[in-house]
Design a binder for this molecule. Structure first.
Ligand code: SAH
Length: 354
């Protein structure tokens, strides 16, 4: 626990709100833009770095505000890939993770939106941690700023909301982060390079569609059958596939983007002949692409229960499944597992002591 907890992180505010805040402190609003630039262009984390801001204003700010809500605790690098996992701590002592995944001409940042996750998907390590709380706007943005400062500055090209938590259950913060990134920051990372991933919260999919932000949206699909989805993703009992597909059709129409279906291959559960046919039928309903993800084992984290029965589809069968989808004229990609040796691959993010 830390006293910084009582201070307001200025990154919870949009640019206009920071300007308003500075005005209320009795100073000129243009200082707000200067401060915003220090935060987002120079990754400043201490008011003393803000050399073009008068010392009197810096002193005033130090009493009421802060520029960091997360502390970098450690970094682990994968030996087999260039993936790096960042362990970060909030001011109230919660731990979260972010991952940087370098690929050929991209450097993708995978960020968390919650401490833990309430959804309890049976194949996901984060689900096993349970849920603690939503992250604030500042805590979500800090993941971007801290990792940006760590890697070569300004080289993060893509952001995926695929870390811990369900972004659409922390909707207000997620939407505000997207607005700050896309509108205030002036498209440094464009909307086509940002993907929000959801397990399927139809009302919020519609809200995001109507927000005008037009980022890419991914649905963690994993099965086209409700009875299977009910078992592996309990959220499906509340919002079934058809409700999600209807919302996704609206999303795709409104934003003119393709929906990405994430599909983690689970042996005997979603890798059968009827799964290929069902995927074909689903994809013919809306502009979409399937992203095949090899299942990253979480067996080391579970003792018994349904989760411990889940096994990856062997990789040669994953490849065959992928090729069969191509032959059915479905847009499909096969994602390489990145960073499973440091538990930074999809669904492996979990903090034991939280
Ligand atoms: N809550 C959001 C975002 C977090 S999960 C969502 O559900 O989409 C990010 C992606 O990793 C999702 O597609 C999720 O289904 C997938 N995933 C989770 N556990 C996995 C595992 N053990 N192996 C492979 N992918 C996994």
């Amino acid at each position: 626990m830390n006293n910084d907890n009582k201070l307001t992180d200025l990154k919870n505010y949009s640019l206009t709100e920071i300007q308003e805040y500075i005005k209320n402190l009795g100073d000129q609003p243009f200082r707000g833009k200067q401060i915003f630039n220090w935060i987002f262009e120079n990754y400043a984390d201490d008011f003393d770095e803000l050399t073009n801001i008068p010392i009197s204003l810096r002193d005033k700010l130090k009493d009421v505000a802060k520029l960091r809500s997360l502390k970098l605790l450690s970094k682990s690098s994968s030996s087999s890939t260039a993936t790096v996992k960042y362990l970060l701590e909030t001011d109230d002592g919660k731990k979260i993770e972010s991952v940087i995944i370098p690929e050929k001409e991209r450097r993708t940042l995978c960020i968390s939106t919650q401490v833990g996750c309430p959804l309890d998907c049976k194949f996901c390590a984060t689900g096993l941690m349970g849920y603690t709380r939503n992250l604030t706007v500042a805590e979500i943005l800090d993941q971007y700023l801290i990792t940006s400062k760590e890697v070569l500055p300004n080289t993060i090209t893509n952001i995926v909301f695929m870390g811990m938590g369900e972004p659409l259950l922390n909707y207000a913060a997620t939407e505000k982060v997207l607005k700050i990134l896309l509108q205030d920051l002036g498209n440094k990372i464009g909307r086509t390079r940002i993907t929000v991933s959801t397990a399927g919260i139809p009302k919020k999919i519609i809200e995001l569609a109507d927000s005008g932000l037009r980022v890419k949206l991914a649905l963690s699909l994993h099965s086209c059958f409700d009875e299977i989805r009910d078992k592996i993703m309990p959220i499906n009992l509340k919002y079934n596939l058809q409700e999600n597909i209807d919302a996704l059709k609206h999303y795709s129409r409104k934003t003119k983007t393709k929906i990405m279906f994430e599909y983690t291959m689970l042996k005997g559960i979603n890798d059968r002949e009827e799964d290929l046919d069902a995927l074909k039928k689903l994809c013919s309903q809306l502009p979409s692409k399937v992203n095949i993800i090899p299942f990253n084992s979480i067996a080391h984290m579970v003792n018994g229960g349904f989760s411990s029965t889940l096994e990856p589809t062997p990789f040669d069968e994953v490849k065959r499944f992928y090729e069969r989808l191509i032959s059915k004229d479905i847009f499909v990609a096969l994602r390489n597992t990145q960073g499973d040796d440091i538990a930074a691959a999809c669904g492996q993010l979990a903090i034991k002591e939280n």
